[in-house]
Ligand binder design. Structure first.
Ligand code: PLP
Length: 337
């Protein structure tokens, strides 16, 4: 059974459940981007969420919903990084043991932090699918509860609370731009936004390197794509050939999907840092990147969702310093004043 949108009561219920567990993040206008667009452009600052990404919303909702028996056996998950982190964090807060399975594409800074959060870590294979096989084994053999990174109603409902906040803060929003991987975020946000304004345009942004949802939407059914390393590593991974919810919701509610090159994603990270004074990971910067690239046009008030900030800081420094540093040739004393 597929669904075309997540019913509003499920999103409102999630909002009530997780109200004390997640931050209500700000949504302010960007002077730079608004001037460039000629219409107001707002930034939903979800990278400032506790743990550094929106994924805390969905995982918190899913974990709070677990039965006492499931809690006792512990939770297990596989993902590209941020989901593992929020599951570890939310489980620890509830006193539930957590195991995280990941492929060796996941950056070391994320692995270290998840271990610090108290989860047991298993590195298995070279892809999301290999990690998922290990999760399936632990669910079957140890009775652990799997917390899906995107394809569960509780998770989509949790992410939907972010869409609801956007429409409260920017009711005139005519276009909402959302980073897109497995589709949990955009499915929840689109479900909430289109209840308030059915005409609002929902745009998903992925990278050219392995855009699983775009390929699936084009094919008319879930398909597998080859995983490749990308600056937007949080957008890696498939949507699952047995996808239950996010594919059908995206097919019904997403108006357009835009794909970005690595250089375009780097420009988004650079702009966020230099002009907005924000540190973003690649996935968190794709909305800004799509606008700067000219691939996304905004002719009415828009909201760009900045979804996360968990980037290796050495990599971040390299990216923001890659542009010509003109101050080198200038009088250095000017900088010391
Ligand atoms: C997971 C993630 C996404 C994509 O979310 P989906 O629900 O898988 O589409 C975007 N940005 C960040 C920072 C993420 O961690």
């Amino acid at each position: 059974m597929t669904i075309d949108c997540l019913p509003l009561p499920e999103i409102l219920e999630a909002r009530r459940r997780i109200a004390g567990l997640v931050e209500r993040t700000p949504c302010g206008s960007s002077a730079h981007l608004s001037e460039r667009a000629g219409v107001p452009v707002h930034l939903k600052m979800e990278h400032r969420q506790t743990t550094g990404s929106f994924k805390l919303r969905g995982a918190s909702n899913a974990i709070v919903c677990l039965s006492p028996e499931k809690r006792a056996n512990g939770v297990v998950t596989a993902s590209t990084g941020n989901h593992d982190r929020v599951v570890a964090y939310a489980a620890a807060r509830e006193g539930i043991p957590a195991t995280v399975c990941m492929s060796d594409l996941v950056p070391q800074n994320k692995v270290d932090e998840i271990r610090r959060l108290g989860a047991e870590i298993r590195i298995v294979g070279k892809s999301q699918d290999d990690a998922q096989e290990e999760v399936d084994r632990l669910v079957a053999e140890k009775g652990m509860a799997m917390v899906s990174p995107f394809d569960a109603r509780e998770v989509i409902a949790g992410q939907g609370t972010l869409g609801f906040e956007i429409m409260e803060d920017v009711p005139e929003a005519a276009c909402v731009v959302v980073p897109l991987s497995g589709g949990g975020l955009i499915a929840g946000v689109a479900s909430a936004v289109k209840v308030v304004n059915p005409k609002a345009r929902i745009v998903g942004i992925s990278m050219e390197r392995g855009p699983a949802m775009k390929a699936s939407l084009d094919a008319g059914h879930p398909v597998q794509v080859e995983e490749e390393p990308s600056l937007a590593d949080s957008l890696g991974g498939g949507i699952g050939l047995d996808n239950r919810f996010t594919f059908s919701i995206c097919r019904a509610l997403v108006d357009e999907v835009i794909l970005l090159t690595e250089e375009e994603i780097a420009s988004g990270i650079r702009h966020a840092y230099a002009s907005e004074r924000e540190v973003l990971e690649g996935a968190g910067a794709v909305g800004i990147a799509a606008f700067l690239s000219g691939k996304l046009t905004l002719s009415s008030p828009g909201v760009l969702v900045l979804s996360g900030r968990n980037i290796d800081m050495d990599a971040h420094r390299e990216i923001v310093c890659a542009e010509p540093r003109q101050f080198r040739d200038q009088d250095q004393s000017r900088l010391l004043r």
